[in-house]
Design a protein around this ligand. Structure first.
Ligand SMILES: Cc1cc2nc3c(=O)[nH]c(=O)nc-3n(C[C@H](O)[C@H](O)[C@H](O)COP(=O)(O)OP(=O)(O)OC[C@H]3O[C@@H](n4cnc5c(N)ncnc54)[C@H](O)[C@@H]3O)c2cc1C
Length: 439
């Protein structure tokens, strides 16, 4: 179990933050500490919605993401669980750029790690941080399991769902809450799925599309990876793992049993698997405190969410970009020469970061819970009303309100169409105006 987890280290938030800090003018010195021996398959299968794409486009990364196997997503289709009938199809290609200022892409792949390294970040693997000393009158210190010590002006706790930094910020353990759902994730080679000789599956393989089957208490998601050489199936079902168990191997039999009576192509695709990792889905409704002195949390460490809006990594990218921009502006405003004063100002800057990010990420976590409700409706009047409302959404232009976030133009605009860095610039300039940072 631990072995499997270590193989799938992701680290999108930390790398986005490193890139943002290295792109500062002049660049900030960055050391990324990763406890696993190797950072593997970064973000394989994780979608990049327009709000994150906008940030990555600003860093000139879109072409690099494409070269690394990323692709622009054509459309997003919701289907009925039992027969795969299309409930609604939302075109994304082209439209996302017009409406939200950036495209919707599939797959981060390894582009973020390469960029962070190319820009001069130091990435240390097998660097397991076991404790931190936050000194008001000196640089901050991190202690690694193997005895090494690292010093830094600031520490960004981008250490994920089971964050140790979060415990330091809060001064007590604060594990995320069980949501009642779990996810199975299976990956397939193109040839494997072609070998099924199923016309409907072959058609799906040709599309750059996110397919979601909605059913009572569960849903299934299917989409291409690595420029259509691989495909991903995510099955969401009721959590049957004992409390406290984070992940385990799921059998094909249990996956098939969970989706019995669903669209037969799902059963066929599942039959290609031998096993799939299943893991408990956890979140926080809200974390009260994100920063302590010169330590700030980002990504899943501060706002883990159900993955039903495809926003967990995207919000971590936004967090990292905001931190980099704030630190760049702070640096250029003139850093106080005394360590105590400098630490105080940095602590205040991080409170601004928390203020900038908290509400937005809280709305996202709540939005994912709302989506869960609508995705998982049991057959009946509420499900029928949902399906009717979705069917009535206009095919090309999404300007209308809808009781389901997924179809609500205003909600989507607030989630996907926000220029997070423009807002940060403005607020930071105001903050600098009220703080005599320069000495
Ligand atoms: C099924 C599923 C589908 C998803 N799909 C999407 C999607 O389509 N789009 C999207 O935006 N999000 C998606 N997400 C969410 C996304 O995967 C996470 O929100 C994101 O990966 C969090 O990134 P992070 O950098 O904050 O944390 P992580 O990726 O968890 O990175 C934390 C890193 O810190 C390291 N670490 C931890 N402790 C220490 C320590 N003490 N010392 C050193 N290193 C340490 C870990 O090894 C890890 O590499 C999905 C999630 C799930 C479960």
């Amino acid at each position: 179990m631990a072995e499997e987890q270590s193989k799938t280290s992701v680290r999108i938030g930390g790398l986005a933050c490193a890139i943002s800090c290295r792109r500062a003018n002049p660049p900030l010195q960055v050391t990324v500490l990763e406890r696993t021996p190797e950072i593997l398959t970064i973000g394989a299968g994780i979608h990049i919605p327009p709000n994150a794409c906008r940030v990555l486009a600003r860093y000139g990364l879109l072409e690099k993401l494409k070269q690394a196997g990323g692709y622009e997503v054509d459309s997003f289709t919701l289907r009925r669980y039992e027969d795969g009938k299309i409930l609604v199809e939302k075109p994304l290609k082209g439209r996302m750029e017009t409406e939200y200022g950036a495209q919707w892409m599939g797959d981060y792949q390894s582009a973020l790690l390469k960029e962070a390294l190319d820009l001069g970040s130091v990435v240390l693997t097998s660097a397991d941080v076991t404790s931190v000393n936050l000194a008001p009158d000196g640089p901050q210190k991190l202690f690694l399991k193997d005895g090494r010590k690292i010093s830094a002006d600031v520490i960004i706790g981008a250490d994920g769902l089971w964050s140790m930094s979060r415990e330091i910020v809060l001064g007590r353990p604060f594990p995320p809450t069980e949501t009642g759902d779990l996810a199975y994730r299976g990956t397939f080679a193109l040839d494997q799925l072609k070998g099924l000789h199923n016309e409907r599956i072959d058609k799906l393989l040709e599309q750059s599309n996110i397919q979601v089957w909605l059913g009572p208490g569960r849903h299934a998601v299917f989409y291409p990876l690595r420029n259509h050489t691989e495909y991903n199936l995510v099955l969401i079902a009721a959590d049957d793992l004992p409390s406290g168990v984070r992940t385990s191997q799921g059998s094909v039999q249990e996956m098939a049993a969970n989706f019995e009576g669903w669209d037969p192509i799902l059963t066929e695709v599942i039959s290609c698997l031998r096993t799939a990792l299943k893991w408990k889905l956890l979140h926080f409704k809200e974390l009260d405190q994100w920063t302590k002195g010169t330590l700030a949390l980002l990504g899943d460490a501060s706002h883990p969410t159900l993955p039903y809006q495809g926003q967990g990594a995207a919000m971590a990218v936004e967090d990292g970009a905001v931190i980099g921009l704030l630190l760049e502006k702070f640096q250029n405003a003139g850093i106080p020469s005394g360590q105590v004063e400098k630490n105080k100002k940095l602590a205040s800057l991080f409170r601004l970061y928390e203020d900038l990010r908290k509400e937005r990420t809280k709305v996202n976590v709540a939005g994912a819970v709302h989506t869960r409700h609508y995705y998982h409706l049991a057959d009946g009047p509420e499900q029928e009303a949902r399906d009717e409302e979705l069917a009535a959404l206009p095919g090309t232009e999404w300007k209308s309100r809808c009781s389901f976030n997924w179809g609500d133009a205003e909600y989507q605009k607030s989630l996907l169409g926000v220029d997070i860095l423009a807002g940060t610039e403005r607020r930071c300039d105001e903050w600098l105006g009220t703080h005599d940072v320069a000495f």
